[in-house]
Design a protein around this ligand. Structure first.
Ligand code: NZQ
Ligand code: ZN
Length: 397
């Protein structure tokens, strides 16, 4: 197990009806004017935005508002939010929405108190802003990305065609409200994308070469089993509030780094998917569903032990001395779960053309975490070269 330093200060409030308490719950953190940030209309149609505004006003919290965040959120809107926050001296950003809205809110929160273009922080690896971000709070409407409790944000830049992440511990929200009644309006496809994303957040931590991680292995396996069980229940009945609640908690735990404690991490599938969604604007969870099985097929021989453990403990494959058969059956069962959820399994189903420039995407993905190396690679059980990453993309056409 590796050294670690874990600090997770998010006040996490769960339960049906809790979104109505946003005013009193936020009051201790709202020292001045706040920015109310939301997406392209779902929170208006559901009435949630009005409920939030009413609760803020009742508790004397004054706000500016900025809607219009799109999936694969753009740095352009973040720049507008930054200007607004500086002009109105905003002290906190409240995101009401899914991962895209929360990530956009985090971009505004770190950009507002810092001079220079915010994209610089995303495009320069390891960049440290001069000033702390202003606080972020969230009312989650889509359990998927885990941004409600992560220190990460991912933005797209349409001018450069890149989608890049930025991480800062000050971006873990101070407050997140997770109310499963807000998920009842989600279509089945979003539930499926979300479940796939959550699983991958665990895969990126679990499929590495660190040993002596028995506790995080067991927690990760329990969380993966729960995601599969609860999403399967939801595929049959999208109005199952209890299943939404259990899925949402699993999604938060999947990405708040509890399951990464003491471990080396990979993020290879995420780097490869972000290149796809930057260029083809595909849903993050859909892109992952296409890439993950091909990735597993390519890398499992480099650490058969962890893949066998996963196949047996998570996918329910009976132990057998034929390791390859066990791992392949695990991957087959993963594909079957994706199929049951209606997830895409090929580039074609995802809407990515067969003649896409997979070599360029692979080269860019390898440089995300390893820009300065002579031969940049993607970490994991095996350091993937750009050629190997391109072969994985191409195996999914
Ligand atoms: O914009 P609105 O109208 O709100 O519609 C959204 C959007 O079209 C809709 N939606 C959200 N809540 C709804 C709803 N529709 C009906 N009822 C509701 N209750 O769902 C659509 C998708 O929303 P989005 O926020 O884009 O989805 P998700 O939460 O999956 O977030 C995906 C983004 O998160 C990033 C991804 O790359 C992607 O850009 N990620 C962020 C991470 C992080 N910050 O830690 C980690 C992840 O790995 C991921 O990369
Ligand atoms: Zn993800």
């Amino acid at each position: 197990m590796q050294n670690f330093n874990y600090h997770n200060p998010t006040r996490y409030v769960y339960g049906p009806g809790e979104h109505r308490n946003i005013g009193p719950l936020l009051k201790p953190y709202a020292q001045g004017r706040i920015l109310l940030h939301y997406g392209s209309g779902s929170v208006i149609r559901s009435g949630l935005l009005q409920t939030v505004k009413d609760s803020l006003s009742e508790h004397g919290i004054s706000y500016e508002e900025l809607g219009g965040v799109k999936p694969n959120p753009s740095v352009e809107l973040v720049r507008k939010g930054i200007e607004l926050c500086r002009r109105e001296k905003v002290q906190l950003v409240l995101a009401v929405g899914g991962g895209s809205v929360i990530d956009s809110a985090k971009g505004i929160a770190v950009g507002a108190p810092n001079s220079g273009d915010v994209w610089e922080l995303y495009s320069r690896k390891g960049s440290i802003p001069e000033n702390e971000p202003i606080p972020v709070a969230t009312v989650l409407t889509l359990p998927a990305a885990g941004s409600e409790n992560s220190p990460n944000t991912v933005l797209s830049n349409e001018e450069t065609g890149r989608k890049l992440g930025f991480k800062h511990m000050g971006l873990r929200p101070v407050l997140s409200i997770v109310d499963p009644t807000l998920f009842l309006t989600l279509p089945r496809a979003q539930m499926a994308y979300g479940a796939c994303d959550m699983m991958c957040h665990i895969f990126e931590r679990y499929f590495t070469n660190t040993t002596q991680t028995a506790l995080t292995d067991a927690l990760a396996e329990a969380t993966m089993r729960t995601i599969m069980q609860q999403s399967t229940l939801l595929a049959a009945d999208l109005q199952n509030i209890d299943a939404w609640g259990q899925l949402a908690l699993s999604g938060t735990v999947a990405h708040n780094d509890l399951l990464g404690l003491g471990r080396e991490q990979s993020w290879a599938c995420h780097a490869m998917e972000h290149e796809l969604s930057a260029v083809y604007d595909v849903p993050h969870g859909g892109g992952l569903a296409v890439i993950i099985p091909a990735y597993m097929e390519a890398v499992w021989p480099y650490n058969p032990g962890i893949f066998t453990q996963w196949a047996c403990n998570v996918m329910g494959v009976p132990p057998h001395r034929d390791t390859e058969a066990v791992v392949r059956e695990g991957i087959r069962r993963l594909r079957a779960w994706y199929h049951q959820l209606g997830l895409p399994q090929t580039m074609r189903e995802l809407g990515v053309p067969a003649d896409a420039d997979f070599n360029a995407m692979a080269t860019a993905a390898c440089k995300v975490y390893d820009r300065d190396a002579a031969t940049p690679t993607l970490a994991g059980v095996h350091p993937l070269t750009a050629e190997e990453a391109a072969a994985i993309y191409k195996a999914t056409i």
